[in-house]
Design a protein around this ligand. Structure first.
Ligand code: COA
Length: 375
C-alpha cells in the first residue's frame, strides 16, 4: 500500500469578467424586450412578466461580486443570453481540454513534475462537452501521458469524488501519479434568462496532482482519508443528454435542458447533510473538528458556507479558517473548493489538518481530510 499525497494544484482563470452590475444591465434589457414583445399575453395573464434583477439582491443572497467566463459578449447580448463558443473541428483540442491543459501545467509545475511522471488523468466535472471519447483521454494525449484516463461526473462534488478515486488507485498501486482535472464551462449550462439563478455560476478549471508519498520531496498534503455520500434528489437537475433527440417537443427553448434548482430546498436540505457528513468523516478518521486548521468548502453561497463552518466547528469560524472565493469566481461547480484550497493552503504548517468538502446535485457530498507535510 502507498500513501497518496496532493503535491500540486493549478487554476486556470478565464480572462473575461462579468460584474454583477454588467450582468443585471443585460438581464434587465432582456426582460424589458421580452415584456414589450409579450405585452398583450402578459396583460391577458397568459404569459408571466419577467421581473427585473438587482445587484444588491445578488450580493446579499450569495456573496458573489463577479464571475469569470469563457465568453462575455454572448452572455451580455440581450438578444442572445448565452456564451458564443465556437464549434471546434474534431482535429483541434476541445474547450474543456484546452482549459485543462493550463491548469495541469500549473499543478505539475508546483509539484516539480512533468507529464512523464504521470500515468493517469481523471476529468471530473459537472457537464462534459461530448459523450466520448472521454475528455480525460484527450487531455492525456495532449500532455503526452502514457497510461489511461476517464471522465467522471458527480456535479459539484466531482472533484472530491475524483480525488477519492485517484487516492484509492495510488494507494492500491494501479497508478502512481494521477491528475484530477475539473474544467467547468458552467456558462454553457446556466439559463442566463432566469432571474432566480442567472447570477450563480462562473467558468474555471482546476487540477490536482495525486502521487505516492515516496515519489515526493517537496511540501505536500497527505490524503489522510476520504468519504463520499450520495442521496437522490431532483432539486438540482439538468435534463440535457443524448435522449433529447427522441423527444417530439423540441430542444431549443426547453427550460429543463439547462441548470434548474429549487434553491430554497437545496439550502435547507443540503446543509444538515453536509455538516453531519463532515463530522462523521472526522470521527471515522479518529479526529475532531477542533483539530482542523482550515475548511475548504464548496463555493455555492456564502451564507451556506458560514452555516456549515459554524455547525462543524461549533462556533463562528475565525477570519481565514474557511476562505471564500465566490466573491471573485461565483459558483464554479466542482472546482470551487479546489480554488479555495489552491489559494489558501500555503500557510498551513507541518502536521496541521485541513478538510476539503464539496456538495451539490445528486445530492452528493465528498470530503478529503488532509495533513500538511512541510519538510
Ligand atoms: N434579483 C432580485 N430579486 C430576486 C432575484 C434577482 N436576481 N432572484 C430572486 N429574487 C427574489 C425572489 O423572486 C424572491 O422574491 P419574493 O420574496 O417576493 O418571492 C426573493 O428575491 C427571494 O428569492 P429566493 O430565491 O427565495 O432567494 P434566496 O435568499 O433563497 O437565495 C439562492 C437564492 C439561490 C441564492 C439560495 O437559495 C441558494 O444559494 N440556494 C442554494 C444554492 C445551491 O447551493 N445550489 C447548488 C448549485 S451547485
Amino acid at each position: 500500500m502507498h500513501q497518496p499525497v496532493i503535491s500540486g494544484t493549478g487554476v486556470f482563470t478565464p480572462e473575461e469578467v462579468i460584474t454583477n452590475d454588467e450582468l443585471v444591465v443585460a438581464f434587465n434589457a432582456y426582460a424589458d424586450k421580452f415584456n414589450a414583445a409579450h405585452a398583450d399575453e402578459i396583460a391577458a395573464g397568459e404569459v408571466a412578466e419577467v421581473p427585473q434583477s438587482s445587484s444588491a439582491f445578488i450580493f446579499a443572497a450569495s456573496g458573489i461580486e463577479r464571475r469569470h467566463v469563457m465568453n462575455k459578449s454572448g452572455i451580455l447580448d440581450p438578444d442572445r443570453m448565452y456564451p458564443t463558443l465556437r464549434q471546434r473541428s474534431d482535429d483541434e483540442p476541445g474547450i474543456m481540454a484546452e482549459m485543462a491543459l493550463d491548469a495541469c501545467h500549473k499543478a505539475l509545475a508546483q509539484a516539480g513534475k512533468t507529464a512523464a511522471d504521470v500515468d493517469a488523468v481523471i476529468v471530473a466535472a459537472s457537464n462534459l462537452e461530448r459523450a466520448y471519447p472521454a475528455i480525460a483521454i484527450e487531455v492525456q494525449d495532449l500532455l503526452g501521458i502514457e497510461g489511461f484516463g476517464f471522465d467522471l461526473n458527480v456535479a459539484c462534488s466531482s472533484a472530491t469524488f475524483g480525488i477519492q478515486a485517484a487516492s484509492d488507485m495510488v494507494r492500491a498501486g494501479s497508478a502512481k501519479a494521477i491528475l484530477v482535472v475539473n474544467p467547468e464551462v458552467t456558462s454553457g449550462h446556466l439559463e442566463w434568462r432566469d432571474r432566480d439563478c442567472h447570477f450563480i455560476f462562473g467558468d474555471v478549471c482546476t487540477a490536482t496532482l495525486i502521487e505516492r508519498k515516496e515519489d515526493v520531496s517537496g511540501p505536500h498534503f497527505e490524503v489522510v482519508s476520504t468519504k463520499c455520500l450520495t442521496k437522490f434528489s431532483n432539486n438540482i437537475r439538468n435534463n440535457n443528454g443524448f435522449l433529447r433527440r427522441n423527444r417530439p417537443d423540441g430542444v431549443a427553448d426547453r427550460r429543463d435542458m439547462q441548470f434548474m434548482q429549487n434553491g430554497r430546498k437545496v439550502f435547507k436540505e443540503v446543509l444538515p447533510i453536509v455538516s453531519k457528513h463532515i463530522l462523521s468523516h472526522l470521527e471515522d478518521a479518529g479526529h475532531s473538528a477542533d483539530e482542523l486548521k482550515r475548511l475548504w468548502l464548496h463555493q455555492a453561497n456564502k451564507a451556506m458556507n458560514d452555516f456549515i463552518g459554524k455547525k462543524v466547528l461549533g462556533r463562528v469560524p475565525e477570519a481565514g479558517e474557511q476562505p471564500n472565493i465566490l466573491q471573485e469566481y461565483a459558483n464554479t461547480s466542482s472546482a470551487g473548493s479546489i480554488i479555495a484550497f489552491s489559494q489558501y493552503s500555503e500557510d498551513i504548517e507541518d502536521g496541521e489538518l485541513g478538510l476539503i468538502c464539496s456538495f451539490g446535485a445528486g445530492y452528493s457530498v465528498g470530503s478529503v481530510l488532509l495533513r500538511r507535510v512541510a519538510p
